[in-house]
Design a protein around this ligand. Structure first.
Ligand code: C6P
Length: 411
């Protein structure tokens, strides 16, 4: 067994977590929305801007060389982090949303036509639904969806009926942001490959929390966001197989992505530059690489085990609260997301009472409206854990829920 995380020491590395909110110590449980940043990431951003900043790939001067090395070094760091086959398979984007839109825009139109099918799951975030709807409208393709069972697990037995030689694309989230389900991606990829479909994995809630090996998963594209994994906002990653990236049309046109431009036509660089038009987000890529160093220094397996312990403890404590109903699966396939109902109290009211006690959670549909419809709910309250949370935070949450019950149900 690996040694548990030293959460007190980790928390001390996050300046924002030391504050009080509404007169209470901040308990930050909204990590699925965005994580906080450790000091070394903040310092890396300042250091980059104070010492090394210039535009990349363009100048011959010293600062441009340093900035280019820092940016390309960050790309290599990301490639190692996810087990990419080549550094060129890593495209920097703004986040998961842009990564998926890039595939839909640049891969989609030349690979999908009238009557072709896109298979999604009912667990998808809007970012892995709407880009495919836009593509379907452009191409005449049809959308299908894999359902869940009563525990929030995908009903894999439906795959046989849903997949056919018409299925050109399968889009699946690695971890559900709304229920915490860890999906068996490798198994889904294997089934998709049997019918020759391309697979896009939404890794927004997985890359921050568990070890990722894109080659072992067998998928074709994998997208994630820096801001959910201790990195800056505005930077994310799209990993794609080299052969697919090379075949794809550019995503946007502009500087950096071209070889020769004539008035009427242009030739383009190879991936990843082909997909990175304009001045890239150099500083935040550098910050992301430092965030990855930080996470890997602690160990993704340890982080995953820690969050699993927290969610298991929260389920145990939650079960003692009248009206508490957890909506996710119970088992090893559960990440540190706790989405629940509290009697008939509206999630927004629950979140407001928690906020008044310094506890940050999210309430709403979590950008998963089809899932909420499937569950017959308008909204849930969601607490989501990360490496700097501990059992005291879970206790504070549960006390807050009891206070909400007392206050709102007149109990
Ligand atoms: N989910 C949440 O509170 P961006 O915004 O591009 O960084 O990530 C989008 C996204 C895509 N897929 C999944 C599974 C996600 O959870 C998210 C972001 C946040 O759950 C904000 S809606």
């Amino acid at each position: 067994m690996k040694a548990p995380l030293d959460v007190k020491a980790i928390k001390a590395e996050f300046p924002i977590l030391g504050q009080e909110v509404h007169g209470h110590p901040l308990v930050y449980l909204d990590n699925a929305a965005s994580s906080q940043k450790p000091r070394i990431v903040l310092e890396a951003l300042v250091r980059y801007y104070e010492r090394d900043h210039a535009n990349v790939h363009r100048g011959i001067h010293e600062l441009s060389t340093r900035a280019t090395q820092a940016y390309e070094g960050a790309r290599a760091r990301v490639a190692r982090f996810i087990g990419a086959g080549a550094v060129e398979e890593v495209v920097f984007v703004r986040g998961t949303t842009e990564g998926i839109n890039l595939v839909a825009s640049a891969w989609g139109p030349s690979n999908l036509g009238e009557g072709d099918e896109i298979l999604l799951t009912v667990l998808e975030h809007h970012s892995n639904i709407v880009p495919w709807q836009l593509l379907a409208q452009r191409t005449g393709a049809r959308l299908k969806s894999l359902d869940i069972d009563d525990h929030g697990r995908l009903r894999l037995e439906q795959l046989g009926d849903l997949l056919s030689e018409r299925t050109r694309l399968v889009g699946v989230t690695h971890v559900s942001n709304a229920l915490g389900t860890v999906n068996p991606v490798a198994e889904i990829v294997a089934a998709a490959k049997r019918v020759g479909a391309t697979v896009v994995v939404d890794g927004a809630q997985a890359a921050p929390h568990l070890p990722i090996d894109v080659q072992a998963l067998g998928c074709d594209f994998y997208a994630f966001s820096g801001h959910k994994m201790c990195g800056p906002t505005g930077i994310g990653v799209l990993w794609g197989r080299s052969e697919l990236l090379e075949e794809m049309a550019p995503y946007q046109g502009g500087g950096e992505m071209i070889e020769i431009v004539e008035l009427e036509r242009s030739t383009y660089k190879r991936a990843p530059q082909k997909f990175e038009a304009g001045t890239p987000n150099v500083a935040d890529a550098v910050g992301l690489a430092v965030a990855i160093d930080f996470l890997e220094g602690l160990g993704l397996e340890r982080i995953q085990a820690h969050e699993h312990d927290l969610v298991s403890y929260a389920l145990e404590r939650g079960a003692q609260i009248p009206g508490f109903r957890d909506l996710g699966p119970v088992g090893d396939d559960r990440a540190g997301v706790l989405s629940f109902e509290l009697g008939d109290i509206h999630p927004h009211d629950v979140a407001q009472i928690l906020d008044s006690r310094g506890i940050a959670v999210r309430a709403g549909h979590h950008c998963n409206q089809p899932l909420m419809q499937r569950l017959g709910l308008g909204a849930t309250t969601r607490a989501s854990f990360y490496l700097y949370n501990d059992r005291d935070d879970v206790d504070a949450l549960c006390e807050g829920l009891r206070a909400a019950l007392d206050f709102l149900s007149g109990g």
